[in-house]
Write a protein that binds this ligand. Structure first.
Ligand code: DGJ
Length: 545
């Protein structure tokens, strides 16, 4: 229990910090921009690619941060995703404790890292576990949803107005504080709740919920789901087997949408909600996946019920390429920027970072990349920490390596990649087993990306499919090319012409600037442009004869 004087001292310190922040010149507000059908996250008034890493669930505490920053530095991540816990933020009704938020933001500034703060509010993975203790102690007032057997489930009811009002109040206080404390815009985006929805019951079966389920579907939901016109219909009549899951999505999205709108009204940062996915190739019946969250089948419902959210985003824990790529496609929509706020970080999927870039992803963040030694660290992981890592800490090098490799290449060229992608001059691909080559069209030029190619031969695929490549059109007959475990070549679209390399500059980006190393020629270009495991970039001038 803190004494009153300690609370007053903390309050005075925070007020002083806020006053000091007020002297600092405001940077432009981060914002999501759409132009010519493409999205970009603007940070400091220019397209920004979030090279993210998400901390473990219990790492958002001051005492844990020394196990977070060395990992972020080692990864070269430019954005840390880290939770803010409602139970910490509002220890007593209406009393907000900003100290943890301020510590995280101040340390992020010292480490020159941006933040995506995750509001663990009413929902965390479908449950109410992060509600303040004084709320959890009063389940009659802050009630759970009722399952089919009439029993309370481990999930909050989206119809609990009392809880919703408190979440609105707390989230608004949080956003108001960010506005005052962060003119530097260290925080560039905020996640509202975490994987909202319910595991187990498909919806709330309480009498009050049942009445709404039997009432007419709101017209905007019908329209969004492509069911226009006609007389008012109940959820069952409108949607059949999907009725309950659609109803729950509407209920949860409406609740989250109110929380988001209230926060956005005081500080309009980009906001998003994340989804625990359903099987996207062979979707199981409702009940086989988390119901109510922004799964691919109910994105239109989330869009109309929670318009204050800029993005609905998939958490992708999948290794199978067809599944992974399908998810990217489903969330890359005309009304939704692709953003992957959580994914597994292992070697098997790291190449799909490039697939995401190829669909103009605004950000990508493997989950659980810190040194807190929480469960996601694989047993038997290497134990030597990298330089800068905490002494004696467990450093799961095997889990980090794939992300380190991606970010080593992209971090120094991040602004160019984000801009070229926003301008529609960029494409990127990843290897899929059984597909040793992919072609990409750039106007008069066709690029071929192949994998596992021998010196003069064709690619047969890498023994383990890890290849990836990016190509950007940077001028007339000029391309920026980079990648790993791949070969890139070009040919003119016109059949009677052949390409010649006019010049191939090999270099390495440093702080956004291409630093020339050498001109590549001879064996290094006669069989195409080859990328192995080192981070290099090529600037290529093409001609024909
Ligand atoms: C998805 C959740 O959103 C994360 O907070 C975390 O629980 C991971 N699953 C798994 O550890």
């Amino acid at each position: 229990m803190r004494t009153i004087s300690a609370v007053l001292a903390a309050f005075a310190a925070v007020s002083a910090a806020v006053a000091q922040q007020a002297q600092i010149k405001e940077r432009p507000l981060p914002r999501l921009v759409k132009k010519d059908g493409r999205f970009a996250l603007f940070v400091d008034d220019a397209p920004y690619l979030m090279l993210g890493a998400q901390a473990h669930n219990s790492s958002g505490w001051p005492a844990m941060l020394p196990k977070v920053w060395p990992a972020i530095e080692h990864l070269r991540a430019n954005t840390l995703e880290i939770p803010i816990y409602w139970e910490q933020f509002e220890p007593k009704p209406g009393q907000f404790d900003y100290s943890v938020i301020d510590t995280i933001i101040s340390q992020a500034r010292e480490h020159r890292v941006r933040l995506d703060l995750l509001w663990f509010g009413t929902w965390k993975n479908g449950s109410q576990h992060y509600m303040p203790e004084w709320m959890k102690a009063d389940p009659a007032r802050y009630f759970h949803l009722i399952d089919k057997n009439g029993r309370p489930a481990d999930s909050p009811s989206p119809f609990c107005t009392a809880a919703q009002e408190l979440d609105v109040r707390a989230f608004t206080a949080f956003m108001r504080h960010l506005k005052a404390f962060d003119p530097q815009r260290t925080v560039i985006i905020v996640q509202v709740e975490n994987e909202p929805g319910t595991w187990g019951p498909v919806r709330d079966y309480s009498p009050a919920a049942q009445r709404l389920f039997e009432a007419p579907v709101p017209a905007d939901v019908l329209k969004a789901m492509g069911k226009q016109g006609g007389a008012p219909v109940s959820w069952q009549e409108a949607f059949g087997v999907e009725a309950e899951v659609n109803f729950h999505a509407w209920a949860v999205a409406t609740y989250v949408g109110k929380v988001a709108a209230a926060g956005k009204a005081v500080y309009p940062l980009p906001l998003y909600a994340n989804a625990a996915l359903r099987d996207r190739i062979k979707p199981g019946a409702p009940g086989s996946y988390e119901s109510g969250g922004p799964t691919d089948n109910v994105i239109p419902i989330w869009k109309v019920a929670a318009p204050a959210l800029d993005i609905v985003a998939p958490d992708i824990y999948l290794n199978e390429p067809a599944q992974y790529l399908k998810v990217l496609e489903l969330y890359h929509r005309d009304d939704n920027a692709l953003f992957i706020p959580e994914t597994s970080g292992g070697a098997a999927v790291s190449r799909f970072f490039f697939s995401a870039l190829g669909l103009q992803a605004i950000g990508f963040a493997p989950f659980g990349l810190d040194y807190s030694g929480a469960p996601a660290v694989p047993a038997g992981a290497a134990t030597a920490p990298p330089a800068g890592g905490p002494a004696g800490a467990s450093a799961p090098q095997d889990q980090f390596a794939a992300t380190v490799q991606n970010y080593a290449l992209i971090a120094p060229m991040m602004r160019d990649i984000a801009r070229l992608n926003f301008e529609g001059k960029f494409q990127a691909v990843a290897e899929e087993a059984g597909k040793p080559a992919q072609t990409l069209q750039f106007g008069q030029w066709i690029a071929t990306v192949s994998y596992g190619a021998s010196r003069g031969g064709r690619g047969a695929g890498n023994p383990v499919p890890t290849g990836r490549a990016l190509i950007a059109h940077i001028g007339e007959n000029k391309f920026l090319v980079a990648g790993y475990s791949s070969r890139v070549d070009f040919r003119p679209a016109a059949a009677d012409q052949r390409r010649q390399f006019m010049r191939v500059d090999e270099g390495m980006y440093e702080d956004g600037v291409f630093k020339f190393i050498r001109i590549l020629n001879g064996d290094e270009t006669d069989y195409g442009l080859n990328f192995r495991s080192e981070p290099v970039a090529l600037r290529v001038s093409l001609g024909v004869y």
